[in-house]
Design a protein around this ligand. Structure first.
Ligand SMILES: Nc1ncnc2c1ncn2[C@@H]1O[C@H](COP(=O)(O)OP(=O)(O)OP(=O)(O)O)[C@@H](O)[C@H]1O
Ligand SMILES: [Mg+2]
Length: 207
């Protein structure tokens, strides 16, 4: 059965698009699944990247059309890259099978993160089949912000995945070189590919 996976956060600039493209590439290139990507934002910068990765995509900016489009697609997975806005996140949480949420571990981001946590908590009460998880993105391993974030998420009883994605030039440059860590053979990329794979496996483990 087709699964709809959304990558979303009410906040912008947390790594949603980067995560969504890596997830789509992992599902298609590494796992051999049929994937269709939906860009639900107004930006179009991701399209060249998806073209080069040979990932099929649609752009649908209208939240009212998004459900019908996602439903109509024939694929193993539909990956929806959401804009950082609460209304569309709430709406997509009504029908997606999975919601993956990147969060930055900074104190300010965590404070703002309570909004997303509250939205997800409420939807999880209503929808038993929804799988939702948060993970730390853009992590600087030299700071202890990740440890503080862990404590914050535990306090709010949120499913925070153990795998963290580091803030790395290699990841930041991936849309520029129109590639992902899964396509590269150098040692640093292989390590990043392993980290993303560990994140995605952990995310799907309880499904
Ligand atoms: N792990 C990472 N390491 C370094 N840079 C990263 C990483 N993840 C994302 N970035 C960079 O951070 C910026 C924001 O990432 P991205 O566009 O994926 O976030 P977003 O949540 O989709 O943003 P928006 O809300 O604007 O759609 C981009 O410049 C991206 O290249
Ligand atoms: Mg984005």
């Amino acid at each position: 059965m087709k699964k709809i996976i959304a990558v979303g956060n009410t906040k912008g600039g947390v790594g949603k698009t980067t995560t969504a493209v890596h997830l789509a590439d992992w599902l298609q290139k590494v796992k051999g699944s049929e994937v269709v990507f939906i860009n639900a934002s107004f930006q179009t910068g991701v399209h060249d990247w998806l073209d080069e990765l040979e990932i099929s995509y649609y752009q649908e900016k209208d939240p009212d059309e998004l459900y019908a489009l996602a439903e109509s697609i024939d694929a193993d997975y539909v990956v929806i890259d959401l804009p950082g806005a609460s209304e569309i996140v709430r709406e997509v949480l009504d029908y997606c099978d999975f919601m993956l949420t990147p969060v930055q571990p900074s104190a300010l981001d965590l404070k703002d993160g309570i909004k997303m946590i509250n939205i997800v908590h409420r939807k999880l009460k209503l929808r038993k089949n929804l799988h939702a998880a948060f993970f730390l993105s853009l992590v600087d391993l030299r700071s202890n912000a990740a440890g503080d974030a862990q404590a914050y998420f535990n306090k709010h009883k949120v499913n925070l995945l153990d795998t963290k994605i580091r803030r790395l030039k290699l990841i930041r440059d991936s849309p520029l070189v129109l590639s992902t860590a899964f396509r590269q053979t150098d040692a640093a990329s292989k390590l990043v590919a392993q980290e993303y794979e560990s994140l995605f496996k952990e995310f799907f483990a309880d499904a």
